[in-house]
Design a binder for this molecule. Sequence first.
Ligand SMILES: [Zn+2]
Length: 360
Amino acid sequence: MAYTVPKLTDYSAAALESAADGLKSALREESRAVTDESQFKAFRDRWMARKSGVLSQLNDEWLKAAPKDSKRAVGQRVNEIKVHVEDVVAKAEHLRHELATASSLASGAVDITLPGIRRAIGAEHPVLRTSREIVAVFQKLGYSVADGPVIETDYYNFEALNFPPNHPARDTQDTLFIAGQQAKPLRERLLLRTHTSPVQIRTMEKMRPPIRIVIPGTVHRNDPPDASHSPMFHQIEGLAVDTNITFGDLKGTLDHAMKEFFGSSVKTSFRPSFFPFTEPSAEMFVSCFICGGSGRRGANPCRPCKQTGWIEILGCGMVDPNVFEFVKDTGYDPKKVSGFAFGMGAGEPRLARVDAVAQF
Ligand SMILES: [Zn+2]
């Protein structure tokens, strides 16, 4: 039996709710019965036609007839029903299209061998693009790309990089450990690597000096996410080992790389720092590529460089002889070879240049 809009005598919330439920279940029944174009049109007009459709009857039978103090509640209810009816009718139309397409496919009216609509593939992610561009700078200098596991052992992530067990420097790289390994010796326990540096050790174990490698990859730390932290981020790390490598080589290489990446006008500055696996260690700053080193952008302060005109970009230093001790067997005698290492985050917006990130 076709649904007709009932007259209301009771305008309480419960009565409105029950009247709306009755309407919705009738709507559902009728929408299910639609199978072809003409039935769909009849269904749509019955519910939505401007003059005599069910929705316009609701206006007359419920809203206009409602006593003054109930008008607001009835009006809200009628609006809610209107949105619901439009939604159900739109879904019925969509379904009818699909049924029609299926039946034309079955009858051979559509040539399914025709080429489909080509979907545009997305753009490269700014972080990966930045990473690839930095790697390319070092490849031009003769560096090759090295790779290693993201799930590492404590030995490669910490111990062989001169973070002894219980050393406080480990606290700066709190990470995510794989559960249930208490029975294993500490050095064999698995964790998500906190830096790409374990690949330095793994590479030196396999390749005799001289080496020049650059290591891009994802790393993890136990940092709650905010605008400038994430439990997962991207690093790029480099290592050069040979005889007679000096801090001058480190400075010259990194200064050149930054000019290649940010432009020839960029200046670099090194300030003393500490990392367990390098000695001496430094942080390298580049002159701010947003404000040109002035600390201001017109009348406003330059926020990316905190108005200092310099942006900290990477950590670096001469490989600590203690690290070479762990790979002495493959030719890295600390008395004979020396080297430098550096590491930077590729996901940090400050490193992704202005054209790569809209954040600035
Ligand atoms: Zn600046």
